[in-house]
Design a protein around this ligand. Structure first.
Ligand code: PLP
Length: 409
């Protein structure tokens, strides 16, 4: 099976698999226990935390280990919302706009319509429960979250802005630096869902390749907290780590109300740690740091992805690459096949040995086109027949050749 579905999940590396096995067998004690075995497990957890923190360039203490990207996002959004409602506050004093006319006294959360369902559905859920007013950040003419539209959405009831760094369906990179600048100016915390970015692109150094420079990452000052946001979500299973472990970085001073109560994670997230998963995540983080140190492999893989796209476009009339005109991650392609249905294509491709996916969800027998593609202005017939293929660090030229032939056939 040729696996071009790394944005869904990646295959753990050999070293990660071995580390998880070894930790399962030997580091079984509870890291909160005071005995020697417990302290060995604690030491392993803290070493992994250091490795994960190094990947995004933050102090390890500021990293909360969770069960994955979805829980980190939940903790970020509900946690900041909860802190706002208490005397602890979020640590931010929003700048009151001169003519603020908030239609409601509910706190509001600003997100882009291209967010992952973990953000989109949570915000919709909180809105249904009358806990927040959702404020959609419009997309610009190119289909990217528009930083120019942000100031007019922020008022004294704004608790949080949450924008992803890169899109899971198209790989389109969002202008996170400009959004961060606006949030800083208005003293509103910014959460970044960086699940698709971390491990694929450097977070803290200005990347040298032109693709990344266009994202606005370059030029950021590198201080103690070099990330552009105040909270950041990452998920190691997207960079060859294990599933069921994630992390939320919370900048010092940002108020966060825990969502599961317990003494672990400095009282910020209760529950016994998933030691083998965390150990594996640490190994994956170390491997990612080493891989990211050289921009060449990213360029090579981007060229592989581009070659795949060109072959499909030239050999299958009418196909369109969604998001091709935007700055994208090196690994993702989202291709529309007019008149075809995504799910039928995915099943046929799978039968012929190619794993891919689509942003569409099947509900009551009908296939809904991806809300992300529709929000980007992609016409419904194209969105219906769009599939995503995503490379990983190990995707070879031979796999690309074979994948081209399977898709064309
Ligand atoms: N955010 C983005 C952009 C994602 O792609 C995903 C997973 O696909 C998530 C959040 C959720 O992460 P997890 O699968 O670790 O819960």
């Amino acid at each position: 099976m040729i696996y071009l579905d790394s944005n869904a999940t990646t295959k753990p590396s050999e070293a990660v698999t071995q580390a998880v096995h070894a930790a399962t067998a030997t580091l079984f004690a509870n890291p909160s226990s005071v005995h020697r075995a417990g302290q060995e497990a604690r030491r392993a957890v803290e070493l992994a935390r250091k490795d994960l923190a190094a990947l995004i360039g933050v102090p390890p203490k500021e990293l909360i280990l969770t069960s994955g990207g979805t829980e980190s996002i939940d903790l970020a959004i509900r946690g900041v919302l909860g802190a706002r409602a208490t005397s602890r506050g979020t640590g931010f004093q929003p700048v009151r706009p001169p003519n603020s006319t908030s239609p409601t006294q509910l706190p509001n959360i600003i997100t882009a319509p291209i967010e992952h369902a973990a953000v989109r559905d949570l915000v919709a859920h909180l809105a249904r429960q009358d806990q927040i007013e959702p404020r959609p950040l419009p997309l610009d003419a190119r289909g990217m979250a528009d930083p120019q539209a942000l100031p007019s959405l922020i008022d004294e009831q704004t608790v949080l802005v949450s924008v992803q760094w890169a899109n899971n369906e198209t790989g389109v990179i969002q202008p996170i630096e400009q959004i961060a600048e606006c949030c800083r100016a208005h003293k509103v915390p910014l959460h970044c869902d960086a699940v698709q970015w971390v491990g694929k692109m450097p977070c803290t150094e200005p990347p040298s390749e032109p693709r990344a420079q266009a994202s606005g990452v370059s030029g950021r000052s590198t201080g103690e907290n070099p990330l552009p946001c105040d909270l950041l979500t990452l998920s190691p299973h997207k960079f060859h780590g294990p599933k069921g472990v994630g992390a939320l970085w919370v900048r010092r001073g940002v108020g966060l109300m825990p969502q599961s109560i317990g003494s672990q994670e400095l009282d910020r997230r209760g529950g016994t740690e998933n030691v083998p998963g965390i150990v594996g995540a640490g190994v994956a983080a170390r491997e990612a740091v080493a891989w990211l140190a050289d921009a060449e492999p990213r360029a090579t893989l981007a060229a592989r992805r581009d070659r795949f796209e060109q072959a499909i476009l030239s050999r299958i009339p009418g196909t369109v690459v969604n998001g091709a005109d935007w700055t994208r991650l090196w690994n993702t392609t989202n291709i529309a096949f007019p008149t075809l249905e995504a799910e039928a294509m995915l099943m046929l491709l799978s039968e012929r040995g190619l794993a891919a996916s689509a942003g569409a969800a099947c509900s009551s027998g009908s296939l809904d086109p991806s809300p992300v593609l529709l929000a980007m202005g992609i016409p419904e017939p194209l969105a219906h027949g769009s599939i995503r293929l995503s490379l990983d660090r190990a995707t070879t030229e031979a796999e690309i050749d074979e994948a081209i032939e399977i898709v064309v056939a």
